[in-house]
Ligand binder design. Structure first.
Ligand code: FS2
Ligand code: SF4
Length: 545
């Protein structure tokens, strides 16, 4: 196996014996082959698109779900991968029969066996490092596109579940995957494809924002209890609002408390979700602490998306997955034909376990500062910046993770001067979101903008403020400090780069899949900076504006 798609990759270079995330070589190799198959499918699909034909939405969904399945900490179930692989061959054959005749890539002409052992043998040629002679910059750019696509697919999946999609995004899966097989594309062509991936990332986040805000209304400032309450409970983790809504509906009147966990925290800001009184708070913190936080709790857990870690035996019987998330031996709750899900096994488990025995003393934090809520204060923010009551805005966001070095973000947030505002998003916020930052110019100094896809919200806020000053985002007193872990963060980073955002800080380490030349290009073109120390980075940010 070889995998270097996430920040915790072994030695900062690549996992070769076993994934640090828990991925076995078997799963890693099946995932390589699945991506190989998606590329093959896309070679035919692209030809059909160019002939003006549209691709069946079931095929789009398949490609989206398969990409999402291979995202870090999503699916560790061998059978699920074998099933997807078998389906991929049927789809490929179907498209092959419809596509114009011509010369196609190896990925397109390859025929998959329906036998797992054969699949594993064939997976060698699908490996990232298989072609030793490939130009390292070409390899780096191709995989940057693929990792961006994985992030996009997670957002696309979430929007599609509530019946929203973008035709542009749907077509792009095929165009971009085909590009990663096309030997005639130069480094410059692939840089353009990387930037296009960023633009499509903005587009998918836009559609997801529309899906969430039209379905659940715009989030607004809302207090969330982060301590536990007495009684049976379900913890809902991941990112999926519709799953949370269905759990809330199906538990109504049953005496079950529902807690958000990890990236579900911002859901408390949505009026159509926080109207449920039994959505009582947020349990625990970011994903990397789940084995400790879920250990032996007297309640049931639902993982709607990433990040899933190896479930310990102590809670394997009380954790459930849904959507494309999977772990062998853990129950996966399927989607019914009518778009609903039956969460009764989860509910029964929660009732059976009995729940917490005592209430803890409440502690509240505030969420809900998406673009609509934050921009309802736009005039106040603009005036405060003009009067220098607010000196600088920081976006400190992205993923959390287990590796040491991430306390940089806590320290950074703590050291931000009192006359500055911090916007935060994604699970990296747990490094500091329970600290008291007080207020500035009548506003909380810490504004929780939402989940990782709400980078879209942060961009909307920044561009509205830039318009008010008749300038661009780069000229605002604004610094973006990103923490990355998995491929949604890659999509977010590419989105910001495609908008021409300059001078971002990226950490805790740089992606292993970025070659030295590609990194130099990003540094030269976008002044992208690896994080150094909170003091130095803070000083530089404040000096530059
Ligand atoms: Fe956190 Fe994990 Fe949100 Fe990432 S819960 S690192 O996948 O998507 O951000
Ligand atoms: Fe390693 Fe990350 Fe790949 Fe898992 S996803 S195998 S930790 S690089």
């Amino acid at each position: 196996m070889f995998c270097y798609q996430c920040e915790q990759t072994m030695g900062g270079k690549g996992c070769t014996k076993h994934g640090v995330c828990g991925k076995t070589p078997e799963i890693a190799n099946l995932q390589d082959l699945l991506i190989y198959q998606l590329k093959g499918i896309s070679c035919y699909a692209k030809q059909l698109i160019e002939k003006g034909e549209s691709i069946n939405k079931e095929i789009v969904k398949f490609v989206e779900n398969s990409l999402f399945t291979t995202l870090t900490n999503v699916n560790f179930d061998v059978e699920a991968h074998v099933e997807l692989l078998k389906e991929s061959q049927e789809i490929k054959e179907d498209l092959r029969a419809k596509a114009p005749t011509g010369t196609y890539s190896n990925e397109a002409t390859y025929n998959l066996s329906d036998n797992k052992e054969e699949m594993l043998k064939d997976s060698i040629k699908a490996g990232i490092m298989y072609d030793q002679d490939l130009d390292p910059d070409i390899r780096s750019l191709r995989w940057t596109v693929i990792y961006g696509l994985k992030g996009i697919s997670a957002y696309g999946h979430q929007a599609r579940y509530i019946n929203y999609h973008s035709e542009q995004v749907d077509r792009f899966y095929f165009i971009a995957l085909e590009a990663t097989t096309n030997d005639s594309l130069t480094v410059e062509d692939l840089i353009r494809m990387v930037m296009r991936t960023g633009e499509i990332s903005i587009e998918v986040m836009r559609i997801l924002d529309e899906a969430n805000t039209e379905t659940y209304e715009n989030p607004s400032a809302h207090k969330v209890n982060v301590k536990i309450k007495k009684g049976p409970f379900i913890v809902v983790s991941g990112h999926d609002l519709r799953d949370l809504e269905q759990v809330l509906k199906q538990t109504e009147g049953k005496g079950i408390n529902v807690y958000t966990h990890g990236e579900m925290l911002p859901c408390h800001g949505y009026p159509k979700l926080n109207k449920y009184k039994h959505l009582v708070g947020n349990y625990g913190s970011a994903w990397q602490n789940q084995q400790k936080e879920f250990n032996d709790i007297p309640g049931a857990i639902l993982m709607t998306t990433n990040c899933l870690m190896r479930p310990r035996e102590s809670y394997k019987d009380r954790i459930f997955t849904t959507n494309v998330v999977g772990w062998e031996g853990v129950k996966n709750i399927k989607l019914n034909e009518d778009g609903t899900k039956d969460f009764s096994s989860l509910i029964e488990k929660a009732l059976q376990l009995g729940g917490f025995k005592e209430d803890e003393e409440e502690k509240e934090i505030i969420v809900g500062f998406g673009h609509n809520e934050t921009l309802s204060n736009a005039e106040a923010i603009v005036n405060a910046i003009k009067k220098e009551d607010i000196k600088h805005l920081f976006v400190i966001g992205g993923c959390d993770g287990a590796k040491p070095g991430r306390n940089y973000y806590t320290e950074f947030a703590e050291k931000v001067p009192k006359d500055c505002i911090i916007l935060t998003l994604a699970c990296g916020k747990y490094r500091f979101n329970k600290l008291d930052f007080g207020t500035v110019a009548g506003l909380p100094r810490l504004l929780d903008v939402g989940q990782c896809n709400d980078v879209y919200s942060a961009v909307k806020i920044a561009s509205t403020l830039a318009d008010a000053f008749d300038t661009d985002i780069n000229s605002l007193p604004l610094t973006i400090v990103l923490s990355w872990y998995e491929q949604k963060a890659v999509a977010d980073l590419l989105a910001l780069l495609s908008l021409g955002v300059n001078g971002m800080y990226l950490g805790p380490t740089l992606p292993a899949f970025i070659s030295p030349n590609v990194l130099q290009y990003l540094v030269d073109t976008f002044s992208l900076k690896p994080i150094s120390t909170p003091d130095d980075d803070l000083k530089n940010s404040l000096q530059q504006h």
